[in-house]
Write a protein that binds this ligand. Structure first.
Ligand code: CDP
Length: 220
């Protein structure tokens, strides 16, 4: 039997950073489901498939190979980790992710990845849908200005010329869209533990999650 930790939350709540650190400490496999949705969005853009035409042309999703190698996102054998963070992808990803044909395929892949390994998986619907039986479910949150500032610095560091105002507008737009879509919206699972990361360092949040997780499996 394998253990799984599900981490959900809005953009900039610290999911990926914290999940990577927890995975490193526990020697678990980290699965960034957001990167998978971003990769499919990139592929649709590269193929010139308009968002609204994806449902009629969804077979390309089934022909796409997605895999993680050393926490990098490979699509069809090519490292797309940088390309999936561009503004063009960010602008389209929420709409693409709301399509049932996209979610159906990616959720199957994500469940498959969790079958043969101890995993920590982050996203929007991991606790509510992908890994309903996860050993531990965490919902990370933080104040909107903290989330926007974190994302702004992240983007700046990677060489983007984005402004703080653009960043906060994008986060609010995506959160609204992700929370209000029909299929598997962003939502805290009833049995998830909610942690507000606004005032805590990555290390503090990591250690807290590991402590909760260890207590949980000790009492199993
Ligand atoms: O890093 P950030 O939280 O900004 O975004 P992400 O985790 O890379 O996810 C990008 C987008 O993918 C989200 O805004 C959602 O629209 C979508 N997504 C989703 O629908 N379901 C998931 N399990 C993960 C991401």
């Amino acid at each position: 039997m394998f253990y799984s930790i599900a981490i959900d939350g809005p953009a900039g709540s610290g999911k990926s950073t914290v999940a990577k650190e927890v995975a490193k400490s526990l020697k678990y496999t980290y699965i960034d489901t957001g990167a998978m949705y971003r990769a499919i969005t990139l592929k649709a853009l590269n193929l010139g498939i308009n968002n609204l035409a994806i449902e009629e042309n969804y077979s390309f999703i089934y022909d796409t190979k997605l895999e993680f190698r050393n926490n990098l996102m490979f699509m069809d054998g090519v490292d797309v980790s940088k390309d999936i963070r561009t503004e063009k992808v960010v602008k389209n990803v929420s709409l693409v992710s709301s399509l049932k044909c996209v979610r159906d395929k990616l959720v199957i892949m994500q469940r498959e990845m969790a079958k043969s390994d101890n995993v920590i998986m982050d996203g929007r619907d991991i606790g509510t849908n992908v890994l309903k039986d996860a050993t531990l479910k965490v919902f990370l949150n933080a104040a909107i200005d903290v989330r926007a500032l974190r994302r702004y610095y992240e983007l700046k560091e990677s060489g983007s010329d984005v402004t703080y105002d653009d960043t906060i507008i994008d986060i609010i737009r995506r959160d609204n869209f992700d929370s209000n879509r029909l299929h598997n919206p962003l939502k805290k699972a009833d049995d998830a533990i909610e942690l507000d990361t606004s005032l805590y360092t990555v290390e503090e949040v990591r250690d807290n999650i590991i402590k909760i997780f260890k207590e949980l499996i000790r009492n199993e």
